[in-house]
Write a protein that binds this ligand. Structure first.
Ligand SMILES: [Zn+2]
Length: 74
């Protein structure tokens, strides 16, 4: 059934899966402890912050905004 969609889609799905399982850097405490909790919800296991993000990766408009804010405030 999966093969119906071809190799390209399967690669994309694998990539999305890797991104989904990966840990990401927390914008608050800067520790690589942010993990996907459920659909589009990411939680930092260090400081407990919860973020709304992308469904498959933590590269989100929110993250970019937070980075920009951090840069501007420092
Ligand atoms: Zn944190």
């Amino acid at each position: 059934m999966v093969s119906r969609y071809g190799r390209r889609i399967r690669n994309l799905a694998e990539k999305a899966d890797l991104q989904r399982r990966a840990s990401y850097e927390c914008p608050k405490c800067n520790k690589v402890k942010v993990r996907r909790k459920c659909y589009a919800i990411w939680k930092c296991r260090s400081c407990g912050s919860v973020f709304a993000g992308g469904a498959y990766s933590f590269t989100t408009p929110f993250g970019e905004t937070a980075k920009r804010l951090l840069k501007e405030s420092s």
